[in-house]
Design a protein around this ligand. Structure first.
Ligand code: ADP
Ligand code: MG
Length: 705
């Protein structure tokens, strides 16, 4: 292979028709610096004039369509800004209205009633009727004479670009100039021939050519398919390679024994039968912990699926082998709940459980840190305070985080520094179910366990959507439930940008609830993010102990809080919450034996998306189904936990739609790594070349710990 730099590395201003001025514009506005950047600058849509649609096939979901038929009549109607011309257009299958608001005079003069026309435009659905506003309309004979480009790419543009002649058409010209300049050998194939043949993929050059200039829809589909596969394949190859390398090289503490702590807990303490999913996940964890290789496992399970007990049993395995373990939670409240429930679980087993957070100070803290260092504390529970600097363990071998996504790089370094000679095993527990496609990508380098089964006997939470005019009835319902001895959450949204207003909302809600539920008969707790942790905690504990019947809160209660006696969750301004947040909130009820309810309050008028979110919540309790709906509604980059992740910035693949391609890409990548991990076989030379040059760009990614 030559070491000549590829022509594609050339700076964009040297492309014919560009020059310094347009070159700067392309760089600034579109981030196109090189020929290669232009090659990768894919059209965001296409104008397809290769086929004709039939009017009877059109529906509210139709996009741009081309029709051929007869203009039957035109009527000008309305006054002033509503003045419009409506044409009635017919083909053999039906009739549709064409509507113009501008250029009416000219059109009226030039259009021929009874003439045959070709019409192109976007179908609009208005008052239950289809029409096409401002269509292009052309005499059939004139259109035939032109033989214009029939499947034209449309590139994203801006006013600035348009002003410099770089509108969609101008950009089209540049891409054409690029393809005049390069040859197939400039776009090196990066997939093995046998893969291309097996999946009938387009070659790489053809795929790039066709994504820019397809002749028709099929060719475009083929190009997309190939380029999506390529994008997902190389990412999966990298993720799986990272995972393998870690397993080859990062040693961990081996836990050979299952002994007294675990067995006594299992036989004497465990108050229920584990679910099948819990058992399966425990086996997966057991296998990791026995292997002598550092575990990096993500444990996904819906709210209430019973992750805590699994985490605890993993920690018992550590103690059986004379190691320490720790459990971290994102909030003080949650950490304390874990501390209390785990202390109860292991009571009488001779395990010393410690608690550490920012609020543990002075002598108490000093003593705790000493005990920890001496190994007198076996199991430490707390907030992230426990990976801070002065905290030293005797022999930490397992660290669990609850309701957290990955560790940051800095946190990871701190954690690793606490444990010698190996890094601790890591288990990350999250109740944010994410769709498989996302999980394979975001966590593609990790081992993932899923608890996909709820403990038996849970009653489905009943979810209802109510608006302001039902408020009195909702209050009445709360009163009934409280009379039965239950407790109620009322949750308000709180976001930073409108914090003051949101708090005001909450206060007003508090006032009106106080009127309905007077202090002579009811106790109300209020918890929000502006309160001091101590006060928050005090209020929270009153509710946990059943001293108060109503808990008014902002989303601080979202994570992990466990009050089995609470059976009603009222969510205010539901339309302002995201789906996964709503699901998390709802998971706070339905934890006891009683029938639970989630009441989604919203205003009457809702956006389509908000309606869809609420409908999804009413329809299902299944977290994975909700996550799929969320992915479809919002796209992968906007889902919880994915925001900072550059890994989801795909050029062409779409995780909401390309699940099958992703699955295939991952399988193919895994097989190649099994057979030929270093791509040394001749048939893998194309992979090796591409991978060495482009495939390793996943910096800072990998390892949850
Ligand atoms: P999450 O996965 O949301 O963290 P938890 O671990 O808090 O769920 O468990 C929720 C509740 O279910 C707890 O009260 C726990 O004791 C109970 N639980 C867990 N596993 C089982 C089981 N196998 N059978 C019955 N109840 C269970
Ligand atoms: Mg939990």
């Amino acid at each position: 292979m030559s070491n000549q730099p590829s022509i594609l590395a050339g700076s964009i201003e040297y492309l014919k028709g560009v020059g310094p001025t347009k070159g700067n514009m392309l760089k600034k506005e579109l981030g196109i610096f090189t020929f290669n950047d232009l090659l990768m600058h894919f059209p965001f849509r296409y104008v397809d004039k290769t086929q004709f649609h039939r009017i009877k096939d059109l529906g509210p979901d139709s996009d741009n369509v081309q029709l051929r038929g007869i203009l039957r009549r035109i009527n000008v109607m309305g006054e002033g800004r509503k003045r419009r011309m409506v044409g009635s257009f017919r083909d053999e299958t039906g009739v549709i209205e064409l509507v113009w608001f501008k250029g009416i005079h000219w059109l009226e003069k030039n259009l021929n009633i009874g003439g045959e026309y070709i019409v192109f435009g976007k179908v609009n659905f208005f008052r239950n009727q289809l029409n096409i506003p401002h269509p292009e309309i052309e005499d059939v004979s004139a259109a035939n004479a032109k033989k214009a480009a029939t499947f034209a790419p449309v590139y994203p543009s801006t006013d600035k670009l348009n002003a410099k002649g770089l509108d969609a058409k101008g950009q089209r010209k540049l891409v054409a100039a690029l393809f005049n300049k390069i040859t197939p050998s400039d776009i090196k194939e990066n997939l093995p021939t046998y893969i291309i043949q097996k999946f009938k993929f387009l070659g790489r050059y053809d795929a790039f050519r066709s994504i820019h200039f397809p002749q028709n829809q099929q060719e475009l589909n083929a190009a997309r398919n190939r380029l999506k596969f390529e994008e997902l394949f190389f990412l999966q190859l990298r993720l799986l390679q990272i995972k393998r390398r870690r397993k080859d090289s990062i040693k961990g503490f081996a836990f050979p024994k299952i002994a007294n702590y675990f067995n006594r807990f299992f036989n004497e303490k465990l108050p229920f039968e584990l679910t099948g999913a819990q058992k399966r996940v425990l086996k997966e964890i057991r296998k990791d912990l026995g292997s002598g290789i550092q575990m990096n496992r993500l444990l996904q399970g819906d709210v209430g699926s019973g992750k805590t007990i699994v985490g605890l049993m993993a920690m018992l395995m550590a103690m059986d082998n004379d190691f320490q373990a720790c459990l971290m939670a994102p909030t003080e409240i949650l950490a304390q709940q874990h501390f209390i429930s785990i202390s109860e679980y292991v009571d009488g087993l001779g395990i010393n459980v410690g608690f550490l957070s920012g609020s543990v100070k002075g002598k108490k803290r000093k003593l705790l840190l000493e005990q920890l260092k001496e190994g007198d504390i076996h199991l430490l529970i707390g907030t992230h305070a426990l990976i801070e600097d002065p905290v030293e363990f005797k022999n930490l071998a397992l660290a669990i985080t609850d309701e957290q996504h990955r560790f940051g790089v800095a946190q990871r370094a701190k954690l690793w520094a606490k444990s010698k000679p190996y890094p601790p095993h890591i288990l990350v527990m999250t109740a944010t179910p994410i769709p498989r496609t996302l999980s394979m990508t975001l966590y593609g380098d990790l081992d993932v366990s899923v608890i996909d089964e709820l403990p038996p006997g849970r009653k489905e939470i009943k979810t209802l959507h109510k608006t302001e005019n039902h408020r009195m009835r909702v209050m009445g319902f709360m009163r009934e439930e409280i009379a039965k001895g239950r407790q109620v959450y009322v949750v308000y949204p709180l976001i930073e940008e409108s914090e003051t207003l949101d708090l005001q909302n909450l206060e007003e809600g508090h006032e009106s609830l106080s009127r309905e539920f007077p202090i002579s008969d009811y106790q109300i707790s209020v918890v929000h993010g502006r309160m001091k942790p101590k006060d928050k905690d005090f209020e929270m504990q009153r509710f946990v102990k059943g001293e108060t019947q109503i808990m008014i809160a902002t989303t601080v209660i979202e994570v992990g809080v466990n009050v089995p006696n609470a059976s009603v969750m009222v969510i205010e301004n539901t339309e302002r919450f995201g789906l996964s947040q709503l699901h998390q909130l709802r998971g706070r009820v339905g934890r006891g034996a009683e029938q639970s309810f989630c009441i989604l309050m919203s205003s009457f008028k809702l956006s389509t998306e908000a309606k869809e979110r609420i409908a999804t919540m009413v329809r299902t309790n299944n977290g994975f189904e909700i996550a799929e709906a969320d992915l479809k509604l919002r796209g992968p980059g906007n889902m919880e936990g994915t925001q900072q992740s550059g890994i989801l910035n795909f050029r062409i693949a779409d995780l909401a739609k390309d699940g099958r391609i992703l699955q295939t890409a991952r399988e193919v990548a895994a097989r190649i790594l099994d057979d030929d991990p270093n791509f040394l076989r001749p048939e893998h030379a194309s992979i090796k070349y591409y991978f060495d040059h482009h495939g390793k760009k996943l910096k800072g990614w990998s390892l949850i710990s």
